[in-house]
Design a protein around this ligand. Structure first.
Ligand code: TYM
Length: 332
C-alpha cells in the first residue's frame, strides 16, 4: 500500500493559503487515492524553530487539529496526530542532520530569506529544520507529499537525503514525490502580491484566516491590491494582483482560469471581487461551524490518540531498521 505524508506548523491560525495549498488537497486526495494510507500531522516541533508562548502553542495545536477535521479530513481514512507525540521524528531528524551537509542547509531559500530579515537570536533548529522535515516524510516511507510551492526545495532535499542514505547503507527509504495543487500552489499576499500569503506578516489585511470574522474576510478581498488596468486577465508577470485573485477563485470554485476570464470578460474588478468575496464566505462558513463543534468535543482527543498509536507503530519499526543499518545501539 502506498503512503502519503504531510503536515502543517501550528504557528498561529491557518490561512486561506494553507487551505488551498495543503488542506484542500488532502481532503480531495483522500477520495482520489483510496489505496493510499494517509499520515497527516500537526508539526509542533517545527513551530519551536521560532519563539512560541506555551499556552498559545497548546491552543494552536488543538486548533490546527480541529481545522483539519473541519475541512473534511476523515479520521477513518487518515492517521491524524501531533508530531512531538511520536518521538521517532526527532530521532530520525538527528540522523538526517547527520546525513545532510551544512552547504545544503545554507542553500535553503526560506532560511536565507529569514536570515536577511533577522540576524540576532535565530535558532539553530531553524537552520536544520529541513532535516527534520525529511525525517517526517522518510519515517513513514511516504510515496507522495502534498505541499505548496514554498516547500518544494525542502522536498528536493528530502529526496537527496533518502538517496544518499540508501546509497550508503543499502535500500532503506522510499524516495518521495511532491504533489502540488494545479492552481493555488502559491497564494499571494492580498496587500503585496509579490509575497506569499503568510500568517507571520505584520499586516492582517494581507491574509485571510480560516477563522476570520466573515465580514472582515470579505472586506480583505474587496480591498485587495490590483493593478490600474481594469481587465480581468491572468498574467502572473504584469498583473500579479488580479492573477492571485483568479487563482483563489479557481481553487475555491473548481473553475478553470479560462472559464473565469470568459465569465468576467465584460465585468469590473469590483464585480469580480464581490463574487470572490461571496465564494470565500461560502467556503469559510461551513468550516467555521464545524470547527466550533469539534474544538469543544472530546472526539478530537480520541482521534489524535488513535492517530498517535498508528503512527508510532510504523515509526518505531522504521527507526529500528535505521539503527540496524547504521550500527547504532546494540541491534544486530
Ligand atoms: P507551513 O505550516 O508553513 O504550511 C503548511 C502547508 O501550507 C502550504 N502553504 C501554502 N500554499 C499555498 N499558498 C500559500 N500562501 C501557502 N502558505 C503555506 C505549505 O506549502 C504547506 O504545504 N515545513 C512545513 C510543514 C511540514 C511538512 C512536513 C510538510 C513539516 N514537516 C513534512 C510536508 C511534509 C511548513 O512549514 O508548512
Amino acid at each position: 500500500m502506498k503512503r502519503l505524508v504531510s503536515g502543517i506548523k501550528p504557528t498561529g491560525e491557518l490561512t486561506l493559503g494553507n487551505y488551498i495549498g495543503a488542506l484542500k488537497q488532502f481532503v480531495a486526495l483522500q477520495n482520489e487515492l483510496p489505496d493510499t494510507e494517509f499520515f497527516i500531522f500537526i508539526a509542533d516541533l517545527h513551530a519551536i524553530t521560532t519563539p512560541q508562548e506555551k499556552l498559545a502553542l497548546r491552543k494552536n495545536i488543538r486548533s490546527v487539529a480541529a481545522l483539519y477535521l473541519a475541512c473534511g479530513l476523515n479520521p477513518d481514512r487518515v492517521h491524524l496526530f501531533v508530531q512531538s507525540e511520536v518521538l521517532e521524528h526527532a530521532t530520525l531528524g538527528y540522523i538526517m542532520e547527520s546525513t545532510a551537509y551544512v552547504g545544503e542547509m545554507e542553500r535553503m531559500t526560506q532560511f536565507k530569506d529569514r536570515r536577511q530579515k533577522q540576524t540576532e537570536g535565530l535558532r539553530t533548529s531553524l537552520f536544520t529544520y529541513p532535516a527534520l522535515m525529511a525525517a517526517d516524510i522518510l519515517l513513514y516511507d511516504a510515496d507522495i507529499v502534498p505541499i505548496g510551492d514554498d516547500q518544494k526545495q525542502h522536498l528536493e532535499l528530502t529526496r537527496t537525503l533518502a538517496e544518499r542514505f540508501n546509497h550508503q547503507y543499502g535500500d532503506t527509504f522510499v524516495v518521495p514525490k511532491g504533489y502540488f495543487p494545479k492552481t493555488g500552489a502559491r497564494i499571494k499576499s492580498l496587500t503585496d502580491p509579490t509575497q506569499k500569503m503568510d500568517k507571520s506578516n505584520d499586516n492582517p489585511k494581507s491574509y485571510i484566516l480560516l477563522l476570520d470574522d466573515i465580514n472582515a474576510a470579505k472586506n480583505k478581498i474587496k480591498s485587495a491590491v490590483t493593478d490600474s488596468d481594469t481587465k480581468i486577465k491572468y498574467d502572473p508577470i504584469e498583473k500579479k494582483g488580479i492573477t492571485n485573485l483568479i487563482d483563489i477563485y479557481a481553487a475555491l470554485s473548481g473553475l478553470s482560469v479560462t472559464d473565469i476570464e470568459e465569465k468576467y470578460q465584460n465585468c469590473t474588478y469590483q464585480t469580480f471581487k464581490n463574487d470572490l468575496a461571496l465564494l470565500v464566505e461560502k467556503t469559510l462558513i461551513p468550516i467555521q461551524e464545524k470547527y466550533q463543534e469539534i474544538i469543544k468535543s472530546s472526539y478530537l482527543d480520541e482521534v489524535l490518540d488513535k492517530g498517535r498509536e498508528a503512527a508510532s507503530q510504523v515509526a518505531r519499526r522504521k527507526i529500528f531498521q535505521v539503527y540496524k543499518k547504521m550500527g547504532l545501539g546494540r541491534i544486530k
